[in-house]
Design a protein around this ligand. Structure first.
Ligand code: HEM
Length: 560
């Protein structure tokens, strides 16, 4: 049988490639025949069967012995890979956790990798699918890595707040050799706790009041630029507001006038865009690598989350400002001053810490606030009655304050608050929150454990569009945030700033600059949506932050 099979030319090379090497080792292991004796015997078989021991001929093609071995190795490798993938994708099933079926090789994020959906939209869909089946959480896979998606609001609260000691990090990558990565968002454990406690007093309402005039100075420039650009309608509101918030953060965190409103190509804006612009391929790829590549490997290759030119720019900028202020006894009412004070006294921050925090304030502060202003403009431009109402509120409030835009006046604009809160509900800058499990956790009322090192996602966008909490969720309705309506919803259902001990430390500042940007625009102009804006809005698939594809274009009409 063996010989007749070998004499059949089409099956011969398979016998040759697969059976010979495996069989020879097997026989020599299981019997007293040595490999050399087995080799000699096989050569005899080849001679009888007319086969060439260095290769075989199929039709007119000669296949070398080495190639045959390679093919067999590939076959073995593919079999092992298939077993491995099945085992990986069985992780949640083995634990009894429900979830959508993963697909090779992207797991559950294929549409994101292929740029068909944002990551926020993917977790939102999974949230609704799980909720429809009555599940409180579900297991998903980012490529091959298992992660948990939380649906139940009680469990959201536990993870973000009550059981925080099990989930106190974002699971970010920190490179010891890159001082830019040692900022609050990335830090975990005792170091995060220490820095958070040190930085929190920097963001009290007293400190916001202190910095208020610095922001107002930037609104003066915003007014000028709006006056110039309104002559050539339509206006790219996202671009102008990004330049405005860049100037605000530049002034408050770095103590410099960066003038990106005047000069869109200013260095500060240029580097800011390098970090956050979702069209910057290198920046986007660097953002995602730590999500998918094991951190041990990233340490090995000394991976930097930012291009090194960005690191040098911010290091140079902050160190020069700190030295200048120290040498010349300059004191300014801004974040930089408060940070410099933290380099003195007990357990001081180092200059590298300050560079990292300034960098974070900039990155976390300008894009998030400018997109909040832009999305609010998008909605207001389509709801003239709401636009009119908030404008009226600004005017009547300012009348009470002798026409002066003061901190107290802005704090009294409660309808403006509702408009901004509703815009942040519909368009949260970060459409999902994430935590890394730092200590094995048993999900309450189950025997399911979440292991240390598992990423947990809270689908904020899903929660914000859940009709159980926000009926008719697509509708822009600021009244959802009246005191009576807020009281009907559970806590942890409005998450644009996160929640729990890791809630956005700059929330007050972010809201303040958002409201001031809107005030400046609303006082001088009525605005409507220009048809250059894609409606319904399409979101950019490139990065993590919620950002419109293209931009938001409005037509401005001056108010006499
Ligand atoms: C509308 C504006 C803003 C939005 C929507 C926003 C949103 C967020 C979100 C969602 C988080 C993550 C919270 C979590 O994981 O639970 C966060 C964290 C953070 N944000 Fe903001 N942010 C804004 C403005 C700012 C500003 C202006 C600053 C600083 C000047 C800032 C500094 C930070 C910092 C330092 C963290 C990390 C906190 C920590 O991990 O302890 N943010 N922000």
């Amino acid at each position: 049988m063996l010989v007749s099979c070998m004499q059949n030319s089409s099956s011969r090379w398979w016998m040759h490639s697969l059976v010979y090497p495996v069989f020879s080792v097997y026989v020599s292991k299981c019997s007293s025949v040595s490999p050399v004796q087995w080799e000699t015997a096989m050569r005899a078989v080849y001679r009888i069967s007319n086969m060439d021991p260095c290769g075989v001929v199929i039709g007119s093609i000669y296949i070398n012995h080495n190639l045959a071995i390679s093919v067999s190795l590939v076959a073995v490798f593919l079999t092992l890979a298939a077993v491995f993938v099945k085992w990986c994708y069985g992780f949640w099933k083995r634990k009894g956790v429900p979830g959508p079926e993963p697909r090779l090789p992207f797991g559950n994020i294929k549409d994101f990798i292929l740029k068909r959906k944002t990551l926020g939209e993917i977790w939102k869909k999974i949230y609704f699918d799980l909720k429809a089946k009555g599940h409180k959480f579900g297991g998903v896979y980012q490529m091959f890595t298992p992660a948990l998606v939380v649906v139940d609001i009680e469990l959201v609260k536990r993870i973000l707040q009550v059981d925080f000691q099990h989930f106190w990090g974002h699971g970010a990558f920190i490179n010891d050799k890159d001082n830019l990565s040692f900022h609050l968002f990335n830090l975990e454990g005792p170091r995060w706790k220490r820095d958070r406690a040190k930085l929190s007093p920097t963001f009290t309402s007293g400190k916001m009041k202190m910095m208020f005039q610095l922001i107002v100075s930037c609104t003066d420039e915003l007014t000028k630029v709006l006056d110039e650009t309104s002559l050539k309608n339509p206006v790219d509101i996202k671009d102008i507001m990004s330049r405005f918030t860049t100037d605000v953060i530049g002034s408050c965190a770095f103590g410099i006038e960066c003038n990106s409103l005047k000069d869109p190509n200013d260095d500060f804006r240029k580097y800011g865009r390098k970090v956050t612009d979702q069209l910057n391929v290198e920046g986007t790829v660097r953002q995602f690598i730590p999500l998918f590549v094991p951190h041990s490997l990233l340490h090995l290759i000394n991976f930097h989350c930012q291009n090194r030119s960005i690191g040098s720019f911010y290091n140079r900028m902050v160190k020069a400002t700190v030295n200048y202020r120290k040498d010349n006894n300059v004191v300014r009412k801004d974040f930089m001053q408060l940070l410099i004070e933290l380099t003195e006294g007990e357990d001081p921050l180092s200059i590298d810490d300050i560079v990292a925090e300034c960098f974070l304030f900039f990155v976390a502060g300008f894009e998030t606030s400018s997109s909040a202003i832009s999305f609010a403009c998008y909605e207001l431009s389509q709801h003239p009655e709401i636009q009119e109402k908030v404008r009226d509120e600004i005017e009547t409030t300012l009348e009470r304050h002798e026409g002066k835009l003061s901190y107290e006046a802005v704090m009294e604009m409660t309808y403006m608050d509702k408009v901004v809160y509703e815009a942040l509900r519909k368009y949260p800058a970060l459409p999902f929150l994430f935590r890394m499990c730092s200590k094995t956790y048993t999900i309450p009322d189950t025997d399911i454990t979440v292991e240390e090192g598992t990423r947990v996602f809270i689908p904020a966008l899903g929660i914000h569009y859940d009709p159980e909490f926000y009926p008719d969720p697509e509708k822009f309705d600021p009244e959802r945030f009246s005191e009576e309506n807020k009281a009907t919803r559970p806590n942890f259902t409005w998450l644009p700033f996160g929640e729990g001990p890791r809630i956005c430390i700059g929330m007050r500042f972010g809201l303040l600059q958002t409201k001031l940007g809107l005030c400046t625009l609303l006082r001088k102009y009525k605005f409507t949506l220009n048809k250059k804006t894609k409606t319904p809005l399409v979101f950019s698939k490139a990065g993590i932050l919620t950002s419109p594809e293209g931009s938001i274009w409005v037509d401005l009409e001056g108010i006499q």
